[in-house]
Design a protein around this ligand. Sequence first.
Ligand code: NAD
Length: 471
Amino acid sequence: MAEIRKHVAFAGKILIIGFGAVGQGTLPLILRHIDVPKRNIKIITADEGGREVAREYEIPFQVEPLVRENYQHVLERELSAGDFLFNASFDVSSLALIEYCAERGIMYLDACIEPWAGGHTDAAVPIGRRTNYAYREDALALRSRFPNGPACVLMHGANPGLVSHFLKQALLDINCDTGANLPEPQTREQWARLAMALNVKTVQIAERDRQVAARRKEWAEFANTWSSGAFVGESLQPAELGWGTHERHWPKDGTEFGFGCGASIYINRPGCMTRVRSWVPNEGPYHGWLISHGEAHSIPDYFTVRENGRAVYRPTCYYAYHPCDDAVLSLHEMIGHNFTMQARTRLLRDELVEGFDELGVLVLGHAKGAYWYGSQLSIHQARELCPHNNATSLQVNSAALGAMIWAMRNPHAGIVEPDDIDFRTVLEIARPYLGPVVGVYSDWTPLAGRGTLYPEDIDRQDPWQFKNFLV
Ligand SMILES: NC(=O)c1ccc[n+]([C@@H]2O[C@H](COP(=O)([O-])OP(=O)(O)OC[C@H]3O[C@@H](n4cnc5c(N)ncnc54)[C@H](O)[C@@H]3O)[C@@H](O)[C@H]2O)c1
């Protein structure tokens, strides 16, 4: 059991929208670590899932799906200035909720920027506009309208979220372990210059989920350790990645967005069809999927160094995700069925029997080659630490708790991303729930084992070129 300490007192209301893996697993953490009367919390969701969890904690639970036509009415009824909206749903437009909250002085947090239902696959919308890049640009554009608005934290779970803080700690470790010993950065510009000075070329969000349930995935079923629906949604978005200034080989089907910060590109094929090589400490090398995620834009944007308006340094950055084995089979089946999602889904949580989730940042290209820094949380530890969670969700939910507390302590922070938040605050709050948090150096490169059996088109001069990571 983690230490029970109230990190902040909150007198307003907290409305939780959506009550699946994130909502259910975060509620006990909110009650443990935020000094808020239970009567101030309410859940509004789209189905009966989690009703018994809400009952266990005596929190009002209402099934009332938010849609374009009713969300303003629902929020007006439930919230006013100084309150908090925790958006733990999918298929609800984050942008609509952020705008609503910013206009009315309501604090806001989500774990992912989502469009209204069907938005990820709406063929009437140009591909580049159906991306996390575009959603992020639209959300950041609201900053100019609400410069001193309520704290609205975008995309803060584990990834996006916690991994931005892992990256800062990893850079400080590399700074020390390579003997560079540059001063600790205090500003965005200084963080970017530190990454540049350390010669970081690529940052992969490297995750291998090895949790296993007693009952295997069944035919025509999508089984996953978090939302199957949200995972399928993002895996059908085009592969999106931050594009480093060191890259010399333009990927086939690679496309520039043509708007926004310009830190990233997309590949004209879904993430579930784009595999990349990666490495985590327990698994060693593995093939992950380049699934579209917000941190693949916020991190490279944050770490861009500009001189005379021109980007002179930026790391490549993307997610290399190996979900749990049953989710891999589910993904394979979904793709085979013409990208049509299975009718049945199963959240693997209470029935998991073994395994762990290794989630961290793999920082590549510096003087010591590769450095992975992250959490290795097992299902057994997760269960001991907090009910209604598995290892994956506890990594997400403890970080969401950290962001919520940060927002309550900085209520007028305006619209911020994980990279803008003090990394030590979130790490301190989340860490008791993350199991072993370790940093491991490796001599692994994406060239390892390549070209021995079959000659391959790779760039041996610079192992950190994106083309070398593509499977
Ligand atoms: N940043 C991260 O690390 C991270 C990790 C996991 C999930 N997420 C994101 O968090 C969100 C929730 O994920 P989850 O795993 O809890 O999903 P889930 O599928 O387990 O739960 C989603 C919940 O949203 C509710 N919902 C769906 N449509 C709704 C509507 N119209 N109005 C109100 N509620 C609605 C559902 O009833 C359900 O309770 C997703 O956007 C997901 O992408 C982020």
